[in-house]
Design a protein around this ligand. Sequence first.
Ligand code: G6P
Length: 610
Amino acid sequence: MCGIFGSAARRDVADLIVRGLRHLEYRGYDSAGVAVVDGGDLKVVRREGRIDRLAEAVVSTGLHGSTGIGHTRWATHGESTERNAHPHRDGSGNLAVIHNGIIENHEVLRERLVGRGHAFSSETDSEVLPHLIEEHLKDQDLLGAVCSTVPELIGTFAFVVIDRTRPGVLVGARRDSPLVVGIGDGENYLASDVAALLEVTRDVVYLENGEVVELTPDSVRVIGPDGRERPAVAERVEWDAEATAKGGYRHFMAKEIDEQPAAVAKTLKRHVDAADERFLVPGLAPIADFLRSVQRVTIVACGTSWHAGLVGKFLIEERAGVPVEVDYASEFRYRDPILADRHLVVAISQSGETLDTLAAVRDARARGAKLLSIVNVQGSSLTRESDAVLLTDAGPEIGVASTKAFTTQLLVLQLLSLGLARLRDRRSVEETRAAVDGLRRVRAKMEECLEARDEVARAAERYARASDFLFLGRGVNYPIALEGALKLKEISYVHAEGYPAGEMKHGPIALIDRSLPVVVIATPGRVYEKAISNMQEVKARGGRILAVAAADDAAVAKLAETVLPVPVVDDSLSPLINVLPLQLLSYWIADLRGCDIDKPRNLAKSVTVE
Ligand code: G6P
């Protein structure tokens, strides 16, 4: 939510900032703006709408400067107008500030500042920042002024300020919203995420909560909440710039769907190659003793990651015999959850920055739980706050609708359930080895499944105009039904509901008529016959059935109007396969409906506000 990019350099940075913002556009695309210090001038260009409009304006206004900041906005306070676009200025006209997050006490601060003669020009919470910094600048330098501003703020933020009178200096701060420093050669950068920096550097310094940073082209100073400076030690990022390019695809989502077999194989390799002969994956080692006698597991996550958690529940309970609850992070944090002695909390997050998830796990840790995280972004807040981390190797996921992050999360949950089962002596080494061999074969099955993409595209043509969909699945594929419905809602704006198939008779069955496409997951496994019965019930009421099923399944062929064919795998692995045609279906339907697939309306990929 909201993307931030800034640079202090010795060359013109306006274009660099616009390029950085393009990588961050998934975080919001309501409005965008750039400010640069040029000689003794501070120039600001802002536009409502997408980065393309800003890019044109940057060129047409001839914006140049070697110190600059840029912002892409996901509106919270105030509509998405140019007036509310960042950067915001102070009264003196010297400062420009970009902000991601919510300043919860902005009204009190604003009132106080207005009382002191400050005039505001936007409806945003963010505009208090330049005015507050301006106040503190009366007796301090820019770094000191930001350090004094931070304790006055309630809420979440990452912000960066530049000052017309201090060319070559950027000062940033963060609390609960991400901000990463990029280290270049004679130039340095600040950005909301690592992916935005890859074009310019792979050496980064992750800022901790409450830290303030001052950048010049040659120096990085990091000041902690206690006012002490700490060494800014750079870490090397594994990802490279190529991974953030579209690579000939029309949409990132299509590319990311196709990348899944390789991403899943890479994730498996990362963990299994390094596992010991007992199949203890290294990521679990820091909490291995705890896991041996863990009493309960609670999985917390949001969105698609929450669906992965539901599959995880199924696998962990079945294999490791530990009771598992799956909670929406946003609900968990506002309940009084009962945490048992030896309670493991598993957080699942692509970004590692989702605010609700971070807040939930902080709460759980404060109550004594151990925290294991499944995260895609190395160095993200979640990875740094966990007792143990299992990384997914999806690489940068740019499309707002999650695809490859989801399947790599499913793969890691497979390994977690097997690892827990080993640690608790519920499975032999041989059984585990056989299961891991099964996981090794998943890549080829996923590739085979994606070969049917044209068939799914043809099916999409048949259903693209439907206004409602029902998705049904049972057992380990119930979460896949939810995920299929979510994908369709997110990117094609078609109403869709996911339901456990057995629950259909308790309500959704009333919706079924000749116009309602019902997607049923009916692959071989424990609940296959039940799924067939559910299809009979739909058919008897005239519903149009699209079945995710084995290509040669005669029973399904008799009942379904359309079959989305998938290769047959073991039931426990089937979510990794069955989700693929559903991702493709939503992709093609969204495309046929002319939707903006990679940047669906109102959504942002990394939700760093409540
Ligand atoms: C947003 C995204 C979803 C994502 C969810 C959780 O809503 O649009 O695709 O599943 O956040 O994000 P996380 O990074 O925590 O997995």
